[in-house]
Write a protein that binds this ligand. Structure first.
Ligand SMILES: Cc1cc2nc3c(=O)[nH]c(=O)nc-3n(C[C@H](O)[C@H](O)[C@H](O)COP(=O)(O)O)c2cc1C
Length: 196
C-alpha cells in the first residue's frame, strides 16, 4: 500500500512519490492516485503519497526560505529523493488546481529536473481533465522533468468508483495500472542511466 511520509527506499527499486493536488476530504483524485501508486508498487517501485491536505505549506514567493517552513523543506526533500513522480490534480476551471500549482512553485530544478513524471487528473464533466494535464506538461517542460506520453483522465469522477473503491470502467482501471507500471519502469531506467 502507498503510505504517507514513510520513506521505504531500497537501492534496487525506483522510488515514486505521488502529489495529490486536491484538498477535498473524500478526494476522487487521491483515490485514483493511490491506485496508481499501488500499481507502481506491483511493478517493483517503492512509493509515498504526498498529501497537500496534511502539509502546512506557505504561498510561494521569490524570497521563499524552505528552512522557515519545515513541511515545505520536507516536501522538497522527498521530491529530491524520488526517481519518479505522479502529479495528480482535479480539473479546476479549465486547468489544474491552485494547491498543486503552489506546491510545485515551492520547488525548482533540484526537485524536478530529470525526474520521470506521470500525470493523472479527475473532472466533474464529461470532457475530463485534459486541459489540466496539458497545462501540467508545460510546467514539467519548464522544470526539465520527463513526462510520460501516457496519462490518465477520469471524466465524471463522482460516479467513477464502486462501493469498494474500484474504478467501474475496466479500461480506465487498466490505464491506471499501466500508468503505474510505465512510471516504475522508466523511473528505474532513468536512474540507472545516471549511474545510480
Ligand atoms: C473550483 C472548482 C472548479 C472546477 N472546475 C471544473 C472544470 O472546469 N471542469 C470540470 O469538468 N470539472 C470541474 N470541477 C469539478 C472537479 O474537477 C471534480 O469534482 C473533481 O473530480 C474533484 O476532484 P477531488 O474530488 O479530488 O477534489 C471543478 C470543481 C471545483 C471545486
Amino acid at each position: 500500500m502507498a503510505s504517507n511520509f514513510i520513506a521505504e527506499t531500497t537501492p534496487d527499486a525506483p522510488h515514486i512519490v505521488g502529489i495529490c493536488g486536491s484538498l477535498s476530504a473524500d478526494s476522487a483524485t487521491r483515490r485514483v492516485l493511490v491506485l496508481a501508486l499501488e500499481a507502481a508498487q506491483r511493478a517493483g517501485a517503492t512509493t509515498q503519497l504526498l498529501d497537500l491536505r496534511e502539509l502546512h505549506l506557505p504561498f510561494a514567493a521569490s524570497n521563499f526560505d524552505p528552512a522557515a517552513f519545515p513541511d515545505a523543506a520536507r516536501f522538497n526533500q522527498l521530491l529530491r529523493q524520488s526517481d519518479g513522480q505522479i502529479w495528480a490534480t482535479p480539473e479546476y476551471h479549465g486547468s489544474y488546481s491552485g494547491a498543486l500549482k503552489n506546491a510545485l512553485d515551492l520547488g525548482y530544478f533540484e526537485e524536478y529536473e530529470g525526474k520521470v513524471v506521470a500525470l493523472l487528473g479527475t473532472a466533474g464533466g464529461q470532457v475530463g481533465a485534459l486541459s489540466a494535464l496539458s497545462h501540467l506538461r508545460g510546467v514539467a517542460r519548464q522544470l526539465h522533468a520527463w513526462v510520460l506520453p501516457s496519462q490518465v483522465s477520469i471524466a465524471r469522477a463522482s460516479g467513477a468508483f464502486d462501493q469498494n473503491g474500484h474504478l467501474r470502467d475496466e479500461k480506465l482501471a487498466q490505464s491506471v495500472e499501466k500508468l503505474g507500471q510505465e512510471l516504475a519502469k522508466w523511473a528505474l531506467l532513468h536512474r540507472q542511466s545516471h549511474g545510480k
